[in-house]
Design a protein around this ligand. Structure first.
Ligand code: FAD
Length: 394
């Protein structure tokens, strides 16, 4: 049995709840603080209200970080199967939507309640609506927090305050400020898993098709995804765009293949030979939703029969359809982003215990760290794995 310590976990989100329970089960006195009036707000709103709580196929390759090896140890020590075992123990029903992606069958609330129950069973003291004015370290070890509920002292502080996405849900830069205060480096942050916005004629064009989802192959930098794109009033969203946003930098083009890998030029030439009297737009409708086919005909003046197309025109059309270069004006930013890329530099944190290398007793877990998962349940898996690894190490 370890010696019982007084531990404060700041942030009652996915990682904080998991860590608090794991530490309290080890016999520590754990206080879990959050400035929000409710715990686990992001869990509750996640996965369209049904929380994509893990991904059975999750591997370290599904994570972005300046230090890609950091996440391996924790992910290995607490796997998607371990979390699933907990979910099953609590009798929560779930479904596998896409291969490996597990969602609650009923509601995200099941996962939030499960974590709160675990904290209660383990003896965690949860204090919501608690703002933290300052954190100071004593020379002899330990920390003092000045909070809206008075001063609290602790042997160790775990920072689980997450990233900057969705400020209306309680997201703050508190964890980054605290890291800097104690000399821990913070890498630049940017919004990710976020829809693209467009201006000018492309905004008008996509807005006119708002609500339409189309399977495409989309590329940007070293990212390439064959998944649906969704037209919105502001631009483009859907899984392919959200995933691509993790690769995109301001000013870059994204490239969309509306035929998702099919050889458009070959298909077009073959159709011209076999059905020369067919209208180009009619041919297009065999491959794309009718609204999109009509829009393409309009945007690129694609009237007339297939027979009227020269080889050069076939080539030009196939390029519009299979490699459309688009320059987003930006993203929807923190307002709708699912995650934050960047954050506390993992080179300055132990991958085993999550303690800051040069600041004994100060720990960082979850999304506040420079570890970001791809869409599909990987981010929660990181929250669980880092939370458990830290909680068990305390
Ligand atoms: P959070 O869960 O964000 O928790 C941080 C906590 O810290 C919050 O409770 C916050 O109130 C508190 N806090 C912040 N600042 C302070 C402060 N100054 N003082 C006190 N408390 C503070 N990931 C998936 O894997 N699957 C999904 O289905 C999924 N869906 C998502 C949907 C949406 C709309 C969003 C925004 C995100 C989604 N994510 C999903 C990402 C996932 O929610 C996060 O990666 C995960 O919640 C990070 O866990 P965390 O504990 O590090 O941070």
């Amino acid at each position: 049995m370890t010696e019982a310590r007084d531990i404060i976990v700041i942030g009652a989100g996915a990682a904080g709840l998991m860590c608090a329970a794991a530490a309290a089960y080890r016999g520590h006195h754990v206080q879990l603080l959050d400035h929000a009036n409710k715990a686990a707000k992001k869990i509750l709103m996640s996965g369209g209200g049904r929380c994509n709580f893990t991904n059975l196929n999750s591997t370290p390759a599904d994570f972005f970080s300046d230090n890609p090896y950091f996440c391996i140890s924790a992910l290995k020590r607490y796997t998607p199967r371990d979390f699933l075992e907990l979910v099953e123990r609590h009798g929560i029903s779930y479904v596998e939507k896409e291969p490996g992606q597990l969602f609650c069958e009923e509601s995200s609330r099941d996962i939030a309640n499960m974590l709160l129950t675990e904290c209660e069973w383990a003896g965690v003291t949860l204090s919501l609506s608690t703002t933290i004015a300052s954190v100071t370290a004593w020379e002899q070890g330990g920390y003092r927090l000045e909070t809206s509920r008075g001063s609290i002292e602790a042997d160790a502080v775990v920072v689980a305050t997450g990233g900057l996405s969705i400020p209306t849900m309680g997201a703050t830069g508190f964890g980054y400020d605290l890291a800097r205060q104690f000399g821990v480096n913070v890498l630049p942050v940017r919004a990710a898993l976020v829809p693209f916005t467009f201006s000018g004629e492309w905004k008008t064009r996509f807005s006119g098709l708002s609500g339409l989802a189309v399977p495409v192959e989309a590329r940007c930098g070293d990212g390439c995804y064959r998944e649906p794109v969704l037209m919105t009033h502001r631009g483009l969203s859907g899984p392919s765009m959200l995933k691509l946003s993790t690769h995109w930098r301001e000013g870059e083009d994204i490239v969309i293949d509306w035929f998702a890998g099919q050889d458009v030029l070959e298909l077009l030439k073959q159709a011209r030979a076999e059905t020369p009297r067919r209208q180009l737009q009619t041919w297009l409708k065999a491959f794309l939703p009718h609204r999109l086919a009509a829009a393409f005909s309009d945007w690129y003046d694609m009237g007339g029969t297939l027979a009227a197309l020269s080889n050069a025109q076939c080539l030009q059309i196939s390029q519009h359809l299979s490699a459309m270069f688009l320059k987003p004006s930006g993203t929807e930013g923190w307002r709708t982003a699912e995650v934050t890329l960047g954050g506390v530099d993992t080179r300055e944190v132990s991958s085993k215990t999550f303690e800051a290398v040069n600041q004994p007793g100060l720990y960082f877990i979850g999304e506040v760290l420079d570890v970001t998962g791809q869409l599909g349940g990987h981010n929660f898996q990181w929250a669980w794995a880092s939370g458990v690894a830290c909680g068990r190490a305390l």
